[in-house]
Design a binder for this molecule. Structure first.
Ligand SMILES: C[S@@+](CC[C@H](N)C(=O)[O-])C[C@H]1O[C@@H](n2cnc3c(N)ncnc32)[C@H](O)[C@@H]1O
Length: 241
């Protein structure tokens, strides 16, 4: 991916905020607990988007501040979670004071950050002994049709990002994988495809062609209750020294 395409894709979510909110999966509660710990904490959900991870954090009893650079994504979050403090900002320049949060979570977004700037910023807002937790729902290729679906994106979508590396003052990254799944009808599956950053930036004819192929796949494999899309939820956590 070129640098231009990277920036275009990182900024593409605002254009698909509505379909993102309707079709992207949430996160398994046990995975969220593994990232944050059991006790209620002050949590920054960074790259919060429409609040898919934020709502699990709120449900677990945490006091959450959500940050994202995309106003259209935050507008969806404010509808779903009107009581949450939602602020415009980036991982590289956080709109929070020093040492004010216990945990920073990042759902499906760390790969859009510049770690050389984001990690020192995250360390700045975390209290000593606080945690950084990263989480991704990624494709489970062990199911044939799932592999076929994600293969439609070629090398532009899909594989797990490289394992994140912790730098001082963060300690070693611990890693754990959880299972997750999402039931989808035809519109849901097509919306999920349309919400991918690679698809969001395609010209209309190419996007329609790709959505057409995804629709044919759905029609071939769906049962009366739609399809169940399996995920492997990859989690990483590290303690700030
Ligand atoms: C795939 S969405 C994930 C949203 C949400 N966390 C979730 O789990 O559904 C990626 C989000 O990262 C945000 N993002 C992109 N670049 C960012 C940056 N440099 N700092 C913070 N957030 C960023 C995008 O605006 C988008 O909302």
């Amino acid at each position: 991916m070129t640098t231009d395409e990277f920036h275009q894709r990182a900024a593409s979510f605002g254009g698909v905020a509505d379909v993102y909110e309707r079709t992207r999966p949430g996160y398994p509660a046990d995975a969220v607990r593994w990232l944050t710990g059991d006790r209620p904490a002050r949590v920054l959900d960074l790259g919060a988007g429409t609040g898919k991870l934020t709502r699990s954090l709120v449900a677990a009893g945490h006091d959450v501040v959500a940050v994202d650079p995309s106003e259209p994504m935050l507008a969806q979050l404010r509808i779903a979670l009107p009581a949450v403090d939602a602020r415009e900002g980036t991982a590289e320049q956080l709109p929070l004071a020093d040492a004010t949060v216990d945990v920073v979570t990042v759902g499906q977004a760390y790969h859009w950050f510049d770690p050389s700037m984001a990690l020192p910023e995250i360390a700045r807002v975390l209290r000593p002994g606080g945690r950084l937790g990263l989480i991704w729902n990624l494709r489970d290729d062990s199911v044939g049709w799932v592999d076929e679906l994600w293969s439609m994106f070629g090398e532009n979508e899909g594989g797990r990002p490289d394992d994140p590396q912790a730098l001082p003052p963060f300690g070693p990254m611990e890693r754990r994988t959880f299972r997750h799944e999402q039931r989808l009808d035809r519109d849901g599956l097509l919306g999920l495809v349309a919400s991918r950053s690679y698809v969001a930036i395609l010209a209309a004819p190419e996007r329609h062609a790709l959505l057409g192929r995804a629709g044919e796949l759905y029609d071939r494999i769906a049962g009366p209750d739609g399809v169940v899309l399996p995920y492997l939820t990859h989690c990483f956590r590290s303690v700030r020294g």
